[in-house]
Design a protein around this ligand. Structure first.
Ligand code: NIG
Length: 425
């Protein structure tokens, strides 16, 4: 099935030259686009794109040259904008129930750490998940997957980390994989057994780390349930030494590192992430010159999660300084029940503008090609390029491109196409 989209007011994030796998530093201000454009899609793949002038000059040669002849369907975009679907590279989409009681505690003044220390937080989610069977967990996750698709997300990373025992961690990863099979989302999965120390190992963190290394990683790898391995490096959670052991074990089984790093302190998470050539280090609220220098020399993406800073009312990551220091910055939703109970990438873009002081061009790079890079997907996702997966958003008519970061929650998406097919709500 060939589809031809014509009269696109602005086709954003096009790649006309050498493939772009990510954009770093000053380059994040570059956003190639074509005004008055067409886009040709063959099945689930972008076949071609260019200026409407090409179509018009062929038209002038006679009916046998009509571009439309080669399409099964012609869709008139009528001057609206088309851009790649969002690539959300950090989520905890698989979880059971919700944690609004903790939200109420937070409003009464308790901190995230205090809630966690009382057995709330991640351990609360682990208990809920343990008591939810796999089918029900899938049903709840599917609902969230449909929600993020309706907000324009086309590729997503999904972590485990609310299981905290072999059986439940595997259950989470199977559900995450199934989301990739039964929805149009492209899914990458991450094993995050080291998200918190479960109650049964209270005071015996090292024993839990041993269980992760000896019992969980081998099975997860042999069942091919994960692409990445992650760890929450933070006081009260896991240490740099734990990370060294876990990431090393993961690497031996072919799982590339990711790290929850520097969310609440200068935890050393960035250093250990870079040591293991992590695909990304995520959060980064507490980072400075030392971390910037390490990241600049590495291939590791700096993934910022402004949704959780907003929700937890914490300091935001120093995005401007990161960009000035040449880093590759991605923005993700961190959709999870505790620190970011939403997955709307449009809202993240608004926060990136307001709180991280990023420009619209930087933000669009951060939520498309750099997000794809943080999932190892930038050869197939994150831009409008020939041969890439046809994942894109058709907007309402925009007064200017800046509207996408200014709108915050006013919907600007009119139609969504994933793997070449229109998503119907
Ligand atoms: O990325 N920081 C650790 N993990 C999540 C929060 C998980 C939770 O509170 O349930 C995060 O913010």
């Amino acid at each position: 099935m060939k589809k031809l989209f014509i009269n696109i007011g602005r086709l954003v994030q096009t790649e006309s030259g050498e493939p772009v796998l990510c954009r770093a530093g000053k380059d994040m201000s570059r956003l190639e686009s074509i005004e008055n454009a067409y886009l040709a899609v063959n099945g689930d793949t972008i076949e071609d794109f260019g200026s409407m002038e090409t179509i018009e000059s062929l038209r002038a040669k006679g009916p046998e040259y009509y571009f439309e002849n080669f399409a099964d369907e012609v869709i008139d975009i009528d001057g609206a904008t088309v851009m790649p679907a969002f690539c959300d590279s950090h989520t905890h989409l698989v979880f059971a129930g919700s944690r609004e009681q903790e939200f109420a505690d937070k409003i009464r003044g308790l901190s995230y750490k205090e809630i966690a220390a009382r057995g709330g937080g991640i351990l609360n989610s682990a208990e809920l998940l343990h008591n939810t069977d796999e089918e029900e967990l899938f049903r709840q996750t599917l609902e969230r997957a449909r929600e993020i698709i309706s907000f324009g997300t086309g590729a997503v990373e999904i972590k485990s980390g609310y299981g905290l025992n072999p059986e439940d961690e595997l259950k989470m990863l199977r559900v995450a994989k199934r989301i990739g099979e039964e929805t149009p989302l492209t899914v990458k999965t991450t094993f995050l057994g080291a998200h918190a120390v479960p109650a049964r190992y209270s005071g015996k963190r090292e024993d839990y780390v041993n269980e992760i290394i000896n019992e969980m990683i081998p099975v997860i790898a042999s069942e091919e349930l994960a692409d990445y391995i992650d760890i929450f490096v933070e006081e009260g959670f896991f240490s740099v030494t734990d990370a060294d052991r876990i990431l090393n074990a993961g690497m031996k089984y072919g799982l590339r590192a990711k790290v929850h790093a520097n969310q609440m302190s200068h935890s050393g998470g960035v250093q250990i992430g870079v040591k293991y050539n992590a695909a990304s280090v995520d959060h980064l609220e507490f980072t400075g010159k030392e971390e910037f220098e390490l990241l600049k020399k590495s291939e590791t993406i700096a993934t910022l999660l402004p949704g959780s800073d907003f929700f937890l009312e914490m300091d935001y990551a120093p995005a401007r300084r990161m960009i000035e220091n040449g880093l590759t910055v991605a923005i993700a939703s961190n959709y999870n029940p505790g620190s970011s109970p939403y997955g709307n990438m449009q809202f993240m873009m608004g926060l990136a503008a307001l709180k991280l002081k990023m420009t619209t061009e930087e933000i669009l790079n951060a939520v498309t090609i750099n997000g794809a890079a943080a999932m190892g997907l930038s050869e197939t996702h994150g831009s409008i390029a020939r041969g890439k997966v046809a994942n894109f958003i058709v907007t309402k008519k925009l007064p200017s491109l800046d509207f996408v970061s200014y709108a915050l929650t006013t919907p600007f998406i009119r139609r969504i196409f994933l793997k070449g097919k229109e998503i119907s709500n």
